[in-house]
Design a protein around this ligand. Structure first.
Ligand SMILES: *[C@@H]1O[C@H](CO)[C@@H](O)[C@H](O)[C@H]1NC(C)=O
Ligand SMILES: *[C@@H]1O[C@H](CO)[C@@H](O)[C@H](O)[C@H]1NC(C)=O
Ligand SMILES: *[C@@H]1O[C@H](CO)[C@@H](O)[C@H](O)[C@H]1NC(C)=O
Ligand SMILES: *[C@@H]1O[C@H](CO)[C@@H](O)[C@H](O)[C@H]1NC(C)=O
Ligand SMILES: *[C@@H]1O[C@H](CO)[C@@H](O)[C@H](O)[C@H]1NC(C)=O
Length: 561
């Protein structure tokens, strides 16, 4: 969305007659409550800006991705190398030239580009940044021992530049809130025979029918978790977790590759959870951890990770990520561009799995009314979004019901993609009860796509086994590990990786999944909806997607092309 700044337009008209345009007029620039304003940043202070250059062939990329991830297409699984993706989307000569000379004109020299030349990361002084990005005003902000430089004032650039630029990263967005995985401290009573005291790898493997021989065996198969926000996993925690809970199946107890800077200090519960569980379902599969690519002041860790991934020619096939922001807090330009980046990943055959969030349908308080609050990237049509479930009987391996925290709903940003239209419309038509129309946008991309247990996990963090850890950040690596196992079997048969899963997943129409049909997730606590969002139903629903994987069945269904 671009708003015209009329005052500036008048000023510049006499000179170049080029209008000033905002690139991210709809970006929320309020300061998150956990950050405090420190003061104005001095002119010589360095900031890292990430210029997202306009790409080419987006429509072509979109239709190519549709074919490449459709199991009924001749082109299924014929993935592109990074170099091939790059030559498709690389910005035009003109775009590169215009931006190059703009930066040069302002004496910006320290820029790094990427293979596809669609990002330029530049270290500039505040003085230069404020000249390039008119209207911006950089200030220091602090949270605990972190500090960063941000502008709360919107920026604009001249029209001749804005034509070639999607947005500039490192200006507005604060790192997302630490998404604390919930820990319930209530004790759940004594253990009895046949009862379990929480979810462990053995419980998951039993529920999802993974036998001892369902482990990875292909040398170059791989999977990854990404962690942001000063979250670290500790190798010693992983080793202890596997010695406590890794009985009965072949597994690895160490991470193969850490990309980025692992800080010292205490381990994060979230980071421990991701690594421990992707390596329990995706057992004996080489695992990478992408960690805090954005620790430098003023960087955006998620954007930084996205850029890093799209600049490495060889990366794991499956990625699970627990990051999310409210859709309404992010600019259209940013979300659209990140969505393109997910398409690029899909063309390369990468599977991108995102946690659906832990606030059910969410709630946004507007002046007159409340509406549900979708979360991004969960709402992107080009990622696979994972919701959460609980056991019907919390002490037994029973069938699953909705975990009321399970994020789900309808995007206000992205249209409903073709692959899900039939499933979603059938839910909307047949659901027993739906929230009032005004709360959600029935024409948007609906999520999640799939689910897994998200309640009552055991995690080892800082050498201590911790019970009752919950959140869709648990279900996401569990599903990720299973996809990596399916990839493993596919590689053994000479087949391609699964890549972007959704078109194939929706074609199964729920076959090979345990349908979750009980329970509703949470939403606004107001008179109209009284805390209730959507409810699970047979087939697809916006709480648990198609349900949870029955591994042997889903493997069979995904081994034939
Ligand atoms: C992308 O990778 C190249 C080669 O490894 C490197 O020189 C460049 O700095 C990277 N770009 C960014 C933005 O990190
Ligand atoms: C998988 O698990 C379900 C429920 O736990 C069970 O009924 C079924 O027989 C198992 N095996 C297969 C191959 O589906
Ligand atoms: C574990 O993976 C390795 C290859 O990475 C393979 O050689 C080994 O056979 C696998 N173990 C099992 C039990 O399949
Ligand atoms: C695994 O490695 C072999 C040998 O380097 C290569 O031919 C094959 O394409 C690789 N498979 C995958 C899925 O990367
Ligand atoms: C509903 O979603 C569509 C995209 O599917 C979007 O164009 C429209 O603006 C959304 N409506 C609201 C009220 O956000």
């Amino acid at each position: 969305m671009r708003l015209l700044v009329t005052v500036c337009a008048l000023l510049c008209c006499a000179l170049v007659c080029s209008e000033l345009l905002h690139l991210e007029a709809d970006q929320d620039t309020s300061v998150p409550s956990d950050w405090t304003h420190v003061g104005r940043a001095a002119p010589h202070v360095k900031v890292e800006l990430m210029f997202a250059l306009k790409q080419q062939n987006i429509d072509h990329m979109k239709s190519l991705l549709e074919r490449i991830s459709d199991p009924d297409s001749q082109q299924y699984g014929k993935y592109l190398s990074l170099e091939e993706v790059a030559s498709l989307v690389r910005p035009s000569e003109l775009t590169q030239k215009v931006l190059g000379s703009w930066l040069q004109h302002h004496d910006v020299q320290n820029c790094q580009t990427v293979v596809s030349q669609d990002f330029l990361q530049c270290a500039v002084t505040v003085e230069v940044a404020e000249t390039l990005l008119q209207g911006s005003e950089f200030h220091y902000f602090r949270r605990d021992d972190q500090s960063l430089v941000r502008s709360l004032a919107l920026y604009s650039v001249h029209e001749d530049i804005s034509q070639h630029l999607d947005f500039v990263g490192g200006v507005h967005r604060f790192p997302p809130k630490k998404q604390e995985v919930a820990k319930s401290l209530t004790s759940r009573g004594p253990a009895e025979a046949g009862f379990h005291l929480g979810v462990t790898p053995a419980v998951l493997r039993e529920r999802y029918n993974l036998s001892a021989s369902d482990v990875g065996s292909v040398e170059n198969n791989s999977q990854a978790v990404a962690q942001f926000l000063e979250q670290f996993y500790h190798p010693a925690d992983l080793a202890e977790f596997m010695s406590l809970f890794g009985g009965g199946f072949q597994h690895l107890s160490t991470v193969d590759r850490v990309v980025g800077t692992q800080g010292g200090g205490k381990a994060g519960l979230e980071a421990s959870l991701d690594v421990e569980y992707i390596m329990s379902t995706g057992a004996n599969i080489s695992t990478w951890v992408f960690t805090n690519p954005g620790r430098h002041e003023s960087q955006e860790p998620f954007l930084q990770w996205m850029v890093l991934l799209s600049n490495m020619s060889s990366v794991p096939w499956v990625h699970t990520i627990s990051y999310g922001d409210d859709e309404d807090s992010l600019s259209t330009a940013y979300m659209m561009r990140i969505n393109n980046e997910f398409m690029k990943a899909g063309l390369r055959g990468l599977s991108m799995l995102f946690a659906s969030g832990d606030s059910g349908a969410g709630c946004r308080h507007l002046t007159k009314e409340n509406v549900f609050r979708p979360s991004f990237p969960a709402s992107s049509p080009y990622v696979t979004t994972v919701g959460g479930t609980s056991f019907k009987n919390p002490y037994k391996v029973t069938h699953e019901i909705t975990d009321y925290i399970s994020g789900g709903g309808f995007s206000n940003m992205f249209e409903m993609p073709d692959y899900q239209v039939t499933a979603v419309n059938s839910y909307l038509k047949t659901a027993q009860s739906l929230p009032p129309n005004g709360y959600f946008n029935a024409s948007g991309r609906a999520y999640p796509d799939i689910a897994a247990l998200s309640d009552n996990y055991w995690v080892v963090s800082n050498r201590v086994p911790i019970p009752w850890v919950s959140g869709t950040s648990a279900s996401t690596p569990v599903v990720g590990g299973m996809l990596a196992l399916i990839n493993d079997q596919r590689f053994r048969k000479g087949l391609s990786a699964l890549g972007f899963l959704n078109p194939r997943l929706y074609k199964l129409q729920g076959k090979a999944l345990f349908d979750v049909t009980e329970g509703c997730h949470m939403s606004c606590f107001d008179e109209l909806v009284q805390g209730q969002g959507f409810c699970a139903a047979s087939s697809w629903d916006p709480v648990t997607g198609w349900g949870t994987p029955n591994y042997p069945e889903i493997l069979k269904a995904m081994l034939d092309a």
